[in-house]
Design a protein around this ligand. Structure first.
Ligand SMILES: Cc1cc2nc3c(=O)[nH]c(=O)nc-3n(C[C@H](O)[C@H](O)[C@H](O)COP(=O)(O)OP(=O)(O)OC[C@H]3O[C@@H](n4cnc5c(N)ncnc54)[C@H](O)[C@@H]3O)c2cc1C
Ligand code: FES
Length: 359
């Protein structure tokens, strides 16, 4: 598969899903349809100039691949620049730069299989989850799905109606349980935060964990960590638990000074960057900004989205030398074994390094 690239597309529809969440449908011209063909649970990277600054952010697709739509959903964060822009400014008809789909938050579909899935979502984590649920219910007619979805209040529930419609359509195969932390629901089991204890109680009472084929978790850090710990303690195998992290901290590179502005004392490594068959040589400090930042400053069109070590958009193969990574969250053990690195997190530790974005 060629590496996804940015294309300037047109916003088809902007729809308020809740007070703080907006979904955005994007028109894809016929000539680019192949570049935006996606798998359930994948994300797009959006790029726009917000208050004079170019920003890019990954956003998960919330529809199924056969829906005929390309749609993401963006939840406003406090003082969030891109999420604020999408929620307050973006309109139908606007142009927006969109990088093609990436990500692995999905499991293989088997139309004849009888499988059991558990999804655990918190807040905007429902976005890649609903894409998966819609797809599985349609593509695997004998499989069953349980969703545990945590929010603060009822009015924060994103896709509330869509989930209710899906439940009506697949009454015997989809169970949806809303858990609210700031309201008191009728049944105490559904009150509180999605902590490890709460998830353990919910999972063991609402589904047969021993029979689960897959569990998917997407939400704030405590939901991901607590959910995984709970399922492991209930006997689920690690490799059957899929987690999508949205990042938790100021991840975007635009928050850091550019590599040219950083005072660097000391040696630099000679780093060759191979991208779309072109080799560019840059000098990267042993201590300082990562390879991706220096390459970007040198006008190499290196791919990135979160810059926080979670999305893997900046993945490249290390074909010579060695690097040290600050965070390797997004990489699977077999990718590390195969020599892949996250260039947004990588600092050279040898004088000569070669990284290949095409590999
Ligand atoms: C693979 C992937 C998929 C994603 N999918 C979605 C999605 O479907 N819907 C969605 O709404 N978001 C999604 N995100 C998060 C999104 O990319 C942005 O990080 C988020 O919208 C914040 O960007 P911002 O410019 O508004 O905030 P910024 O201006 O960058 O930051 C504003 C404040 O929010 C904090 N912050 C930044 N990012 C996060 C975060 N993720 N969680 C908590 N606090 C944060 C910062 O510390 C800062 O205080 C996804 C992220 C990844 C890595
Ligand atoms: S840009 Fe997301 S992991 Fe590097």
């Amino acid at each position: 598969m060629p590496r996804p690239e940015f294309h300037t597309l047109t916003v088809k529809e902007v729809r308020k899903e809740t007070d703080d969440a907006t979904s955005v449908a994007i028109s894809v011209p016929d000539a680019l349809r192949g570049a935006y063909t996606f798998t359930q649970g994948q994300y797009l990277t959006l790029r726009a100039t917000v208050d004079g600054q170019e920003l890019r952010r990954p956003y998960s697709i919330c529809v199924a691949p056969d829906s005929g739509e390309l749609r993401v959903c963006v939840k406003r964060l406090h003082e969030g620049r891109f999420s604020g822009y999408v929620n307050d400014v973006l309109e139908a008809g606007d142009a927006i730069d969109v990088m093609g789909p990436m990500g692995r938050f999905h499991a293989p579909l088997e139309p004849d299989a009888v499988k059991s899935y558990l999804f655990i979502a918190g807040g905007s984590g429902i976005t890649p989850v609903i894409s998966n649920i819609r797809t599985i219910l349609a593509a695997e007619p004998k499989s069953r799905v349980t969703l545990i979805y945590g929010n603060r209040r009822g009015r924060d529930i994103i896709f509330r109606e869509a989930l209710a419609d899906l439940k009506d359509l697949h009454l015997s195969r989809l169970q949806v349980f809303h858990v609210l932390s700031d309201e008191i629901p009728d049944i105490p089991l559904f009150a509180g935060m999605l902590t490890e204890d709460k998830i353990s109680e919910l999972a063991s009472r609402l589904c047969d964990v021993g029979q689960l084929d897959w569990a998917f978790i997407c939400g704030p850090g405590p939901v991901m960590d607590g959910g995984k710990a709970a399922l492991l303690a209930l006997g689920m195998a690690d490799e059957r638990i899929k987690i999508e992290s949205f990042g938790e901290r100021p991840v975007a590179g635009d928050l850091k000074p550019s590599s040219a502005d950083v005072e660097i004392d000391g040696r630099r490594a000679e780093v060759d960057v191979i991208l779309r068959g072109v080799r560019t040589r840059i000098a990267v400090p042993f201590q300082g900004p990562p390879i991706l930042d220096v390459a970007h400053d040198a006008k190499v069109d290196v791919p990135f989205a979160c810059k926080g070590g979670v999305c893997c958009t900046c993945r490249a193969r290390l074909i010579e030398g060695a690097v040290e990574m600050d965070i390797v969250y997004g990489l699977e053990p077999d990718e590390i074994e195969a020599g892949y690195i996250l260039t947004c997190q990588s600092h050279p530790t040898t004088d000569k390094v070669v990284v290949d974005y095409d590999g």
